[in-house]
Design a protein around this ligand. Structure first.
Ligand SMILES: [Fe+2]
Ligand SMILES: [Fe+2]
Length: 189
């Protein structure tokens, strides 16, 4: 279903560099580190899924940009990195899974505001409506539409990982995790 051809328009290291360029402050936050321990979609974690969403977002962005569509990749990546942070600690926050589907986008916005003081209304809208049509409103901007599509597409990568027992986009994740580890060691020095 998802193979190397899907990876061609943008290389893995370019994806990792773009995530680091726009999302370093998010990656080194405590809540993002906790995302590495929160299970999501049976096999992976919130972190795994989030990086899958970033990969899918950038690939869709490049696809549409080549066709003349304007996409702000900085806003897209920042929103993608934050879109499911409201799922971290979900056992304590929500009554059950269905409850979390409707409520976590608002919680993700709350967390994103705490991590990014300059979070824009456009970025908030992307996060709030990423679950559409399960919750939220029809995504308005190009970036919000891409994030909502990428979230669904990346969920297939999550399920594919569960079936094949292989980590999707493993090299990108390893590079970002190495960065998070270095930052955490520097914090504790
Ligand atoms: Fe979500
Ligand atoms: Fe998601």
């Amino acid at each position: 279903m998802i193979d190397q051809k899907w990876n061609e328009p943008i290389g893995e290291m370019e994806v990792a560099d773009t995530i680091l360029r726009y999302g370093a402050d998010i990656l080194k936050s405590d809540v993002f580190r906790k995302a590495a321990d929160e299970t999501h979609h049976l096999h992976g974690t919130v972190l795994d899924h989030t990086i899958n969403v970033c990969v899918a977002s950038l690939k869709l962005s490049r696809f549409f940009k080549k066709r003349g569509v304007k996409v702000n990749e900085r806003d897209l990546i920042r929103a993608a990195l934050c879109h499911d942070l409201g799922m971290v600690g979900r056992e304590e926050k929500y009554r059950h899974r269905v409850d979390s589907w409707g409520k976590h986008p608002k919680e993700s916005v709350r967390i994103a505001r705490s991590l990014l003081p300059d979070l824009s209304a456009e970025e908030e809208e992307m996060i709030l409506n990423h679950m559409w049509p399960a919750s939220g409103s029809l995504p308005g901007s190009n970036e919000a539409k891409i994030l909502s599509l990428a979230d669904k597409y990346a969920s297939m990568a999550d399920w594919q990982s569960w079936i094949t027992k292989r980590r999707y986009a493993a090299r990108i994740k390893e590079r970002l995790e190495a960065y998070m580890e270095r930052e955490s060691e520097e914090d504790s020095d």
